[in-house]
Structure formats: C-alpha cells, structure tokens
Design a binder for this molecule. Structure first.
Ligand code: GLU
Ligand code: MG
Length: 455
C-alpha cells in the first residue's frame, strides 16, 4: 500500500486524477457483518484528520445488512473516533475510462483513547500482538476471492475457458492494474467452475495488512466491475444450484529472523511440531470460528461435503474437502518450498469480516501452541467417504450446518468467547440472531437472492 499522499512513482504512464476537482477519499471500516462502511472526506484534509479522527456514533456497530440497526447497548449515547490508518491509504488513479478511487481504512478508539471494543481491526492487531509477545512469531495470510459477475444480457461462457476470460473485455486488465496501484499483488485472475464465477488470488501480507488488503481487494473488485456494468457478488451461494463463492485463506508463520516455521521436512507432511500445534488449536475451536468464517444464514448452503468448501473439521495434505489443508509444493527445491509451505483455511467466505475470522484463527492457533497440542491426524481421503466409525476414530465431525448451530457452539466455548470483548460478542450475536429471524420461512432460492443483493 502507498503510505504517502503523493502519487505512486510507478504510475507515470497513466493520467492522474483531475486537478480541477477536489479529490475525495473514502474513510472505510468493516462492520461486524463484513460490510465496508465509508464516509467521504476531501483527500487534502486527510493528514490533518489523522490525529483525532472523525466522531461516529458507537451504535453504528449495530448496523444490519439490510439497512436497519439492531438493538444495542449504546443507543444515542457515546461516540467513537474513527482514526484513519494512513499506511492503509490507497490511491488508484484513472485507468482508461475507469475513474479510480481513494480509500483509507480506520481504527476506532473510545473516549479514553483506547481501542474501541467493537473495532475489529484493533481486535486482529491485538491477536497478532499476543502471538508475537508469547511466541515471537508473525502471521501472514492471503486470500482467494471467488465472486460471480452478472449484468443484464450477460450470458456466461463455459467455465475455465479463454472465452470466459475474454468475454469480460478490458475488465481483468483494469482490475489487475487497479490492484497493482493499490499495492495488492494479483497472483491469478481466472474463470472459476461456476457459471459467471471468477476468482482472484492475491499475494500474502504479514500482519494486519493481510486483512486490510482483503477488504480493499473486495472493494476494488466491486468498483471496477461496476464501472464495466457488472455486479460482482461475493454471496456464498447466488442460487441453490450454483457453485459456492468462497474466500479461502492461506496462512503461514515466521520467527523474528524471518524464517518460516511451519515447515519441517523430518516430520509427517513436512509440518513442524509448532505448525501442528497451531493447526490443532484451529481444529479444536473450528466450530466457534465458523460463525465468523461463514457469517450469514446463506453461507451454510455453501458449507458441506462434496462442495470443495469443507464439510468436516478435517485436516489433510492437499485435501480440498478438509477445513484445513496443508499446501506443500513438494517438487519445489528448498528454500522456496519452505517459504511457500502454508496452511489453507477453506471454510471462509467473503460475506463476513476478515479481521474477525483472522483474529479467531490466530487466537485459536496460539492456544494450540501454548498448550503444545499434537497435530491433528492428517486425512488423505474425502472425509465423507470414510464410514462413521472411522471418522469417530480420527475425531472427524461435521461442521455446523447452520448459522444458528455455529452461534450455539461459540456460546458454549468459553475459551473462544474470552477472545472477544463483551460488547463485540453481544452486538455480533444480536445482529446475527436478527438476520436469522429475518430469513425465517424463505425458500432456498429467496435466501440466495436476498443475500446476493447484499454481498
Ligand atoms: N468454490 C469452492 C468454495 O466454495 C472452492 C473451489 C476451489 O477449490 O477453488 O469454497
Ligand atoms: Mg477457487
């Protein structure tokens, strides 16, 4: 990301923003449901605003996905200050006809100048700090963003073909350029398996930037698609029969000297003892992480066996039905193999808040390290193909089948709940319960359609 207000040096061949107009920057933050809320500011005032930020009602944390506000502990009382984190500023210049955009992300602080209990960016930073204070480790993550493009008259081509790529005209190239200008590395943009479905994978980032860039990538995908007349939907299921839209999260850890620590060629699957402990913590708390990874009622139409999204709490090398997959480029010479070795969390989608799900993964993994848990058993077959007794023997259980079930798991998991400030937990659960009741009686088609309009 570009951390100064000057244009990135790498854009001389592209025309810059109009100088006659006052440029606007969107000051953005992720609400608890994973929607980026913004307010526009004159870009020239941004630095001056950075010290004290802008006031915002605390009850804004209870905004619902459908435009209302859920009951909350603040009501009309109390303000937070939204402080622009200047190192998140991205300035995407005009690219051809695409007008570009400026976005900066905010941290929220309370009246005492402390991180606000519902600021999810602060929550993730706190989880990273605890990881580093306890173990000396740093955490990196990258996302595979799946989404579906639609526009009136658009007839998707066959999946995974050149036709499906070329049908979008200049969209992919403008999108990749826009991401590049935002400091986001696009590793691949591809027509995915679903009709009209595409996937954009980004390079990894260390620390809080991983979640910041996930937010910015989503918004840049939406904005460039809008410019080309498409709607990009990240809804986990846009129709009951459609392929799911996931947001798989690849992550790794390194020590203070920058050495990767998940890899140990002397151990099974080349997974270090420490990596095994981290994975075991995530698997132990997976059911409590699920309401953040798959945070909407419709998300559970995507989760389940046979959908490549994961249906069980399984762990395995190159296993796309496992919730946690070991990714090891075995044919790659070291040290590249060691550096690229990572774990992939497959249950997440993009209809939720990336700071929340990453904070929960880091806290669960840290718990596993602190307790020196043994690696979960590695499963090398589709867990759905094992018989019940074998699954029991390996401790493999189905993931929650609904948001309600996922919330009940979190409610019962005192350890995982202790990772969340009370105000955040209470507001999140109220919001999600309200969402669940708003979908009562909807047909699966209507449920998908409802969420395809929102995400
Ligand atoms: N679309 C699948 C999901 O919902 C993932 C397919 C893949 O492995 O890329 O997670
Ligand atoms: Mg994919």
């Amino acid at each position: 990301m570009n951390n100064t207000l000057s244009q990135p040096a790498s854009t001389p061949t592209l025309s810059t923003h109009s100088e006659e107009r006052t440029e606007i920057v969107a000051l953005g933050w992720q609400d608890l449901c994973g929607i980026t809320r913004v307010r526009g500011l004159p870009l020239k005032d941004l630095e001056a605003k950075a010290a004290t930020g802008l006031g915002f009602p605390a009850c804004g944390q209870a905004l619902t996905v459908s435009g209302g506000i859920a009951p909350n502990r603040w009501g009309p009382i109390d303000d937070v200050r939204q402080i622009p984190a200047l190192d998140t500023l991205v300035r995407v210049p005009r690219i051809g006809d695409y007008p570009g955009l400026n976005v900066v992300l905010a941290d929220s602080i309370d009246g005492q100048g402390q991180a606000f209990a519902c600021c999810t960016r602060s929550l993730f930073k706190d989880a990273l700090r605890r990881l580093s204070d306890t173990t000396g480790l740093e955490f990196a993550a990258s996302f595979e963003h799946e989404f579906t493009l639609s526009k009136p008259g658009f007839q998707p081509e066959l999946c995974m073909t050149l036709d499906a790529l070329q049908a979008l005209g200049a969209l992919p190239s403008v999108l990749v350029t826009a991401l590049d200008r935002a400091g986001i590395v696009c590793e691949a943009f591809e027509p995915e398996f679903g009709s009209g479905q595409y996937e954009l994978s980004v390079g990894h980032d260390w620390g809080v930037a991983a979640a910041d860039k996930a937010v910015l990538t989503r918004e840049i995908i939406r904005d460039v698609s809008r410019h080309f007349g498409y709607r990009a939907s990240f809804c986990p299921k846009i129709a009951p029969s459609a392929a799911g839209n996931g947001a798989h999260i690849h992550f790794s850890l390194r020590d203070k000297n920058g050495n990767p620590v998940l890899f140990d060629p002397a151990r099974p699957n080349a997974l270090s003892a420490l990596g095994g402990s981290f994975a075991a913590g995530v698997i132990r708390h997976i059911n409590s992480i699920m309401c953040f990874a798959s945070s909407t009622p419709v998300g559970y139409m995507r989760i389940g066996p046979g959908k490549w999204s994961s249906g069980y709490n399984a762990f395995g090398l190159a296993n796309r039905e496992a919730v946690l997959r070991i990714c090891d480029l075995q044919m790659t010479p070291e040290p590249k193999r060691q550096r690229s070795y990572n774990l992939e969390f497959r249950a997440a989608d993009n209809a939720g808040n990336p700071y929340l799900v990453l904070a929960m993964i880091v806290r669960a993994g840290l718990q596993g390290i602190v307790e020196k848990l043994q690696s979960p058993p590695s499963i090398s077959v589709d867990p759905a193909k094992l018989d019940e007794a074998e699954r029991m023997r390996h401790g493999i259980k189905p993931l929650p089948s609904s948001l309600d079930e996922a919330l009940q798991h979190l409610d019962r998991d005192e350890v995982a709940r202790s990772w969340l400030p009370d105000a955040l937990y209470e507001t999140f659960v109220t919001l999600k319960r309200k969402e669940i009741s708003a979908t009562d009686g909807l047909t699966p088609e209507d449920l998908c359609a409802r969420y395809a309009r929102i995400f």
